[in-house]
Design a protein. Structure first.
Length: 158
């Protein structure tokens, strides 16, 4: 049986994932999007990867900037995850308190932790690009429970 896109999405809905907001700074503006295609890749050197749909505006900005930060969301930031997934780019950072990481990428106040990365490799992944980032900075900022995405909904793990 050939697996087509909708079948694959249905299968993957049964796999819970953490929720992040990936951010970058390009030409003195902040950009970001909600991402759950994120994983640790290597400890030495420290590498993580994200996979971004090539059709998204944020894809081009991350590609041009060469840097990104992964903001790991706590369960009380569900509304922010939805905003960064659906709102126009110019509205995503409105009213947010952020600070800049070493690369200049914005870190959202209140996240559990962040990883600040410079892109060291890009690979085609079908309709996505896999951006491998070398972690140049990061920190744990709180011990709140994480936000989890499962079967088209957001949940908290105690």
């Amino acid at each position: 049986m050939q697996i087509i896109g909708e079948v694959l999405k249905g299968i993957m809905r049964n796999y819970p994932t953490g929720v992040t907001i990936v951010t970058t700074k390009y030409e003195n503006k902040y950009y970001g999007l909600t991402v759950n295609s994120f994983t640790s890749l290597s400890l030495d050197p420290p590498l993580v990867l994200i996979a971004i749909d090539k059709k998204l505006f944020s894809h081009g900005v991350i590609d041009k900037s060469g840097v990104y930060a992964v903001n790991i969301l706590p369960s009380d930031m569900k509304d922010l995850a939805i905003r960064f997934a659906t709102a126009p780019q110019e509205e995503r950072f409105k009213g947010l308190k952020v600070f800049e990481a070493k690369t200049g990428s914005p870190i959202i106040e209140g996240v559990i932790a962040y990883l600040d990365c410079k892109v060291v490799a890009k690979y085609p992944g079908g309709d996505h690009t896999i951006f491998v980032g070398e972690v140049v900075d990061g920190n744990i900022l709180s011990n709140k429970p994480p936000l989890v995405y499962y079967n088209r909904n957001y949940y908290s793990i105690p």
